[in-house]
Structure formats: C-alpha cells, structure tokens
Ligand binder design. Structure first.
Ligand code: FO1
Length: 306
C-alpha cells in the first residue's frame, strides 16, 4: 500500500500515474482550499482527485468536469450576484450533495467515501481532517481566503503573510495516521508546498508521524529551476521566505523526506539537497500526457530509496 499526500491541480497527475501502474493507494487530500459559497461547501482538492480518477477532469483547466456548462453561473451574473468562482452545472451537483450531507451531520470523510463510491473510485480518498481549516492570505488590501486571493483577485495583491485558520483545533483523520504508518511508501505529490501540502503537514500529529518514517518518504518537486510547473507556488514560497527552487522544496520537507525527485540537470540543487541529508533523483518531472504520468510513476516506483 502507498500513501500520497495531495493538493492543488498538479497532484492528480502522479496519482493517475501510480494507479496506472496497479498501485493500491490512499490519498490524503488537502482541505484548506475548501470554502463556503452560496451555502455550498466547495472542496476543490478532493473534487480534483475524484474527477481525475473518474476520468472526468477537464484537462485544460485542471479543475471541474470536462465539457461542463455554466448556465447556473450565468444566472448568478444576471442576478448581479458574485460569480467569480466558476462552478459548472454538473460540478454543482457534487457541492449540493456534499453540503446537504454535511448539514445532516455526516463527516467530510464519510461524504468523501460516499462520493468516491458514486464515481466508482477504487483508491481511498482521505480528507486530512474533518475539522474546518482555511488557508488565509494576508495582503496589502486585507486578509482573504486563498480562493479569493487566487481566483477573485487573480493573485495580484502583495502577500504579507499566510496562515492556516483553525489548524490548532483540527484533529488529524485517524485513517490518515494509520495509512502513513502502514504504507511501504509515502509520496508528497508535486503540489504547492505552502498552500497544498503545507496545511496537511500542519495538522496535529501528521508531521510527527511522517518524521518517524522519514526513510520511506519521497517528494516530487513542483518547481523547475526557479519557476513552478503550474500555479502560484513561487509567490507563496517567497511570501514565507522559502527559496523558490527544488532545494527550497527539499529544505521545507527536510524533517520528513529522505528522497526527492527533481528536474533533470539541476546539478547544483542536487548537490545542495544532499547536504540536507536528502537524496535527490533527477529525471523529467513534467507531466503533460498520460504517458508522462506513467513514466514518472514508474521511475518513482523503481527507485531505491536512500
Ligand atoms: N480555479 C480558478 O482559477 N478559477 C475558477 O473559477 C475555479 C473554479 C473552480 C470550481 C471548482 C473546483 O473544484 C475548482 C475550481 N478552481 C478554479 C480551482 C481552484 O481554485 C484551485 O486551483 C485549487 O483550489 C488549488 O488547489
């Protein structure tokens, strides 16, 4: 059994690659991107995993359902209500169902398992916690939820700080702890270390459990040279003074990761990473096609972890 810590739109690629190699995986999903909109609880990272594994994910956007329509959103625009977060009509059904179940007292873990079955997903998807945690971005124009910063304000405001609201009170999902302990391999997917993987690590007990099994943990860098493969990772990393490079990612994970896969040819990063007591493995980490996903997953599974 393999456990993958995942968040953002890049993580699903390595997850699909691992599934294609016949791996039995438990996926620990970030929940700090979740938020309430129109009385609906939106869980973008969980849904990206569900739609990705169900072969429904829109490949261009990297979120939402392929070929979805946006009639409901247009009606919000007609009503002059906020329409900055583009929820598709089919996607809406997921949010309505989840929100109704939450309001009936079901936990996010229970609902995620329920939805996984509806979409015929065989892998286990585990929310990192059932408690509410939100990534809040402190900016020059005020504090806001990550989605307001990234989608509504298009990442334009200057970042002053980043916090995970609710993190102190959040209890880790017990199944996450046992999945980490019982797996032969734990993978930190190529998600943004600050807002996708970071909130999972910050939940009570998770980082400690990972540190105890550091030798079986491998990260995949989401950064090539000084740029993210996709998304705003660099901006977030700079904001909390993490060097935006494969070395910065390895340093951020150094207490919990003995191995990291970085982009081929990053010789200088590899040399600096080895001084952290982490082994760097160089290969092509760009995943544009299903073949790329399979190639990187197969490379990872064949590594001898040091
Ligand atoms: N990202 C956008 O940039 N714009 C959107 O309008 C948007 C809508 C959306 C709807 C459902 C969903 O599951 C994800 C959605 N995302 C959208 C992606 C999301 O904002 C982020 O990419 C993730 O939270 C990053 O982890």
């Amino acid at each position: 059994m393999i456990t993958v810590l995942a968040g953002g739109t890049g993580s699903i690629k390595i997850i699909r690659g691992l599934v294609s190699q016949g791996c039995e995986i438990s996926i620990v999903s970030n929940v700090a991107d979740n938020f309430w909109l129109y009385g609906l609880y939106i869980c973008p990272d969980i849904d990206t995993i569900i739609y990705g594994l169900a072969n429904l994910l829109d490949p261009i956007r990297g979120w939402g359902i392929r070929g979805d329509t946006f009639e409901c959103l247009k009606q919000f625009q007609n009503l002059r209500e906020p329409a900055w977060f583009k929820i598709g009509d089919k996607d809406l059904a997921t949010h309505i169902l989840r929100s109704a179940m939450l309001k009936n007292g079901k936990s996010l873990s229970y609902i995620t398992e329920f939805l996984s079955k509806k979409f015929a997903i065989l892998s286990r998807i585990l929310p990192a916690t059932d408690d509410p945690v939100e990534t809040r971005i402190l900016t020059n124009i005020g504090e806001m939820h990550l989605q307001e910063f990234w989608v509504k304000n298009q990442a334009k405001p200057a970042i002053i700080g980043i916090k995970y609201e609710g993190i102190e009170a959040a209890e880790s999902n017990p199944e996450v702890i046992s999945a980490i302990k019982n797996s032969k391999l734990v993978i930190l997917a190529p998600g943004n270390p600050v807002t996708s993987i970071g909130p999972i690590l910050a939940i009570n007990g998770i980082k400690k459990t990972l540190a105890e099994v550091r030798e079986k943990i491998i990260a995949v860098s989401p950064i090539i040279a000084d740029a993210a493969i996709s998304g705003p990772a660099v901006k977030y990393m700079q904001a909390i003074k993490v060097e935006p490079s494969a070395f910065g990612v390895a340093e951020f994970y150094s207490q919990i990761t003995s191995n990291i896969i970085i982009s081929e040819g990053e010789v200088d990063s590899a040399r600096r990473i080895s001084k952290l007591g982490t082994r760097a493995h160089e290969t092509n980490i760009v995943m544009r096609t299903a073949e790329d996903e399979q190639r990187l997953a197969s490379y990872l599974l064949n590594l001898q972890l040091g």
